[in-house]
Write a protein that binds this ligand. Structure first.
Ligand code: 5AD
Ligand code: SF4
Length: 452
């Protein structure tokens, strides 16, 4: 009996999936899931460094774990992920009871280091291993009950956005070969997953190292895998989202009508200081191109407010862009200076309070837009992939449309995760829809969601 493990995860889907890989590798060594972190023999923190707050949470968690660690001589504590990469030895200097510090591209070495960690000398490995992308994809312990399986298609990011810590924490771009990815998709389909999501920090830049195939080719090939009904991919970059990808989305019904395309700001000056490589006009032209190829596509985005020196007029340009595009979903953040980034050296005279107000203003606008968009969908019928019971009402089910909208609905017939049913929307909120099943219609028919 080897013992038990607990993995605490923060951050993006990439991190969530890395945790699934680490769990798989621990279970391969004979570890079983623990009931809670203090009970576990191995506690791993898979961390996110994107904003300062995310980083603080890691230290808070470690402080809370300290008494359990002190009471259990056998417990091994590891910090993995982006904070590990960024702080390295600094984590052990601050909290010497941490046994293991492992960057995201060193996590394939977990079994080896775990065996060594028991001697308590402390291990720090923040090497950006070249072939890390090939490690740990066989033995994944996926979260139970999910209908969507993540597939990492590439690691790292070669962009130079001035605010972002990711190129430093995840290193240069490296793509997995087409055949390996298709093999994984086939395996997932065989395991019963109807949906896959391809992950990469800059997923449009995926390029098969063997065949030189592009993302459009991968998407088309994945669409031909029997059993796969839905394919998503994230995150796209406005400069790299090619016409070929848009054409693949239009041609292949399995590719979902949803695109995550971070805009970050509506101001040309700010976008230039961020080194995003486009201005608002260029982004709008891309959004138009997307909607020309795929009129029903749902566009989601990320926005940063309060970038160093952002003026009221520049913030107003962001609001104007958001009003113009009418995004289906938005993730918005107050700018947070990150170690060793170009932006963190810029002079910033925007008061913190004003930044929070801008965030609230932007979020209120987005809520309004989402509510309007959702209300326009009431009365329409959608193909919904059932995810399970509704969180709010236990007697109802929850599922998603191809546009990634959440729909809650009752059903006379019991349903299972993975079922595909037709649901007519009857009520809308800014975050979700409610509806009723169209029980007369044959389920499973192909309906594309029309534009709101
Ligand atoms: N401060 C605030 N938000 C950030 N993001 C990335 N870096 C920062 C930062 N330093 C946001 C961007 C990105 C999303 C994942 O997180 O909007 O698209
Ligand atoms: Fe967080 Fe970015 Fe690392 Fe994902 S890649 S965990 S978002 S810092």
């Amino acid at each position: 009996m080897t013992g038990t493990y607990w993995i605490e995860t923060w951050g993006c889907q990439m991190n969530e999936h890395d945790s699934e890989k680490m769990a798989g590798s621990l279970e391969g060594l004979g570890y079983a899931p623990a009931a809670s972190a203090p009970d576990a023999d191995v506690v791993l923190l898979n961390t996110c460094a994107i904003r300062e707050k995310a980083e603080e949470k890691v230290y808070q968690f470690l402080e809370k774990l300290r008494p359990a660690r002190a009471a259990n001589d056998g417990m091994i504590v590891g910090v993995c992920g982006c904070v590990a990469q960024l702080q390295g030895q600094g984590i052990r200097d601050r909290l010497p009871f941490v046994d293991l510090v492992l960057g995201p591209r060193a996590s394939g070495k977990l079994p080896e280091y775990l065996a060594r960690a028991k001697d308590r000398r402390g291990i720090v490995d923040t090497t950006l291993y070249q072939d890390s992308i090939l490690a740990g994809t066989e033995n994944v312990r996926r979260q139970p009950g999910r209908v969507k399986a993540y597939v990492t298609v590439m690691e790292g990011c070669n962009k130079t956005c001035t605010y972002c810590v990711v190129p430093a924490t995840r290193g240069r771009e490296e793509s997995r070969p087409l055949e390996a990815l298709l093999g994984e998709v086939r395996r997932l389909a065989g395991e019963g997953y109807p949906e896959v999501e391809f992950l990469g920090q800059n997923v449009n830049a995926w390029r098969c190292p063997a065949t030189k195939a592009h993302l459009g080719d991968l998407l088309r090939a994945a669409g031909r895998v029997a059993g796969i009904r839905r394919i998503r991919f994230t995150t796209s970059h406005p400069l790299h989202l090619s016409e070929d990808i848009l054409r693949a989305m239009a041609e292949v019904p399995e590719i979902c009508d949803a695109l995550h395309l971070p805009v970050q700001s509506g101001s040309a000056r700010v976008l230039k200081a961020m080194r995003r490589g486009y201005d608002a006009e260029k982004y709008l032209a891309k959004a138009e191109e997307i909607r020309k190829w795929n009129p029903g596509v749902a566009l989601s985005t990320d926005v940063i407010v309060g970038f160093p020196g952002e003026t009221e007029a520049e913030f107003a340009e962001t609001l104007a862009l958001v009003r113009h595009v009418r995004f289906d979903q938005m993730f918005s953040f107050v700018y947070s200076p990150r170690p060793n980034t170009v932006a963190s050296m810029l002079r910033d005279d925007v008061p913190a309070e004003r930044k929070s107000e801008r965030l609230a203003e932007l979020q209120a606008l987005q809520r309004e837009i989402q509510l309007e968009r959702h209300r326009a969908l009431v009365g329409r019928t959608f193909e919904v992939l059932v995810e399970g019971r509704s969180r709010r009402r236990e007697e109802e089910y929850a599922g998603r449309t191809t546009c990634n909208r959440m729909l809650n609905f009752p059903s006379a017939r019991p349903l299972a995760a993975g079922d595909v049913v037709r649901v007519k929307a009857t009520w809308a909120s800014p975050v979700s829809l409610r509806g009723e099943r169209d029980e007369r219609a044959a389920d499973g028919g192909e309906t594309r969601e029309a534009m709101a």
